[in-house]
Design a protein around this ligand. Structure first.
Ligand code: PTJ
Length: 251
């Protein structure tokens, strides 16, 4: 579809178009469209912008990735459609590995997502699923023995609650990106970035470039000073305030 840049919802429509294209090419799950719709609704309530609580979470997430021994960025069909170049760049700048790990599993989709990341410049994309994460009964339990299995920190954009819990039970630090601060994932993760992935990834790349110049002690201080509950509370308050403003403004 040809979207004129003058359209008031240009960015939003372009984002949708990328997902539709991902479905057409067979690497984004059709369920990904529904998931995105839910995300869009929360983005509306958040005013479709990055808030300071998101920046704080993004900075802490980057500090975790930079100080971890085996950081991994987990990539699903929506991430591959929306931010393939940024996922590759974030992995490069933080030293994290990229691993394809999807909920609606098929070998074909796994390989297509791998190819999308390779086309975006990735040197290595883990996707073998040669190891099993005990305690989870859907296909996301199959992980790479060189990636999520041994990871100390896993970035899981647009995740489902079950796997977040299992990753934590396996002793991993979990960073989630989820526009819905009420989701089980958002509530369970160690760091929840309540922001649209299309804004969060580019911001995290810039934050990582800056933070890399700092001493390790500085990054550890950021991690120690972080409270995910405080961040979630600020996200809820922002939604409430936005709704109050709208309710008053309509009179
Ligand atoms: O590619 P697959 O097979 O791994 O499937 C990926 C999806 C996303 C379909 C799958 O993980 C899924 O069903 O996820 P859920 O349980 O619907 O959760 C997705 C969460 O991501 C929801 O809470 C949405 O609010 C949120 N979300 C959707 N789009 C965005 C988003 N968060 C940030 N940025 C977005 N663009």
């Amino acid at each position: 579809m040809d979207i004129p840049p003058s359209h008031p919802r240009y960015t939003s429509l372009l984002t949708r178009e990328k997902l539709v294209e991902g479905v057409r090419k067979g690497f984004t799950s059709i369920h990904g469209l529904i998931a995105h719709g839910r995300g869009e609704a929360f983005d509306y309530l958040l005013g479709e912008k990055t808030h300071t609580f998101a920046i704080e979470a993004e900075k802490t997430a980057v500090a975790y990735l930079l100080t971890s021994e085996h950081p991994v960025i987990s990539v699903n069909g929506n991430t591959a459609a929306l931010v393939p170049d940024e996922a590759v760049n974030l992995a490069k700048v933080t030293g994290a590995k990229l691993e394809v790990n999807i909920f609606h599993w098929s070998k074909e989709r796994v390989e297509k997502i791998r190819d999308v990341l390779l086309d975006s410049g990735a040197e290595e994309v883990l996707h073998e699923g040669d190891a099993e994460l005990k305690g989870i009964d859907h296909s996301r339990r199959f992980v790479s023995s060189e990636g999520i299995l041994i990871a100390d920190t896993v970035l899981v954009p647009l995740e489902d609650g079950d796997r977040c819990e299992i990753l934590k039970r396996h002793g991993k630090k979990v960073i989630a990106i989820d526009l819905n601060p009420m989701s089980r994932t958002a509530l369970k993760a160690d760091v929840t970035i309540v922001n649209n992935i299309v804004r969060a990834f580019p911001e995290m790349i810039e934050l990582a470039k800056e933070l890399k110049k700092e001493e390790r002690e500085e990054m550890e201080k950021i991690i120690r000073g972080y409270s995910n509950r405080k961040i979630l509370s600020q996200a809820f308050t922002t939604i409430k305030d936005n709704l109050e403003k709208m309710a008053e403004g309509i009179l």
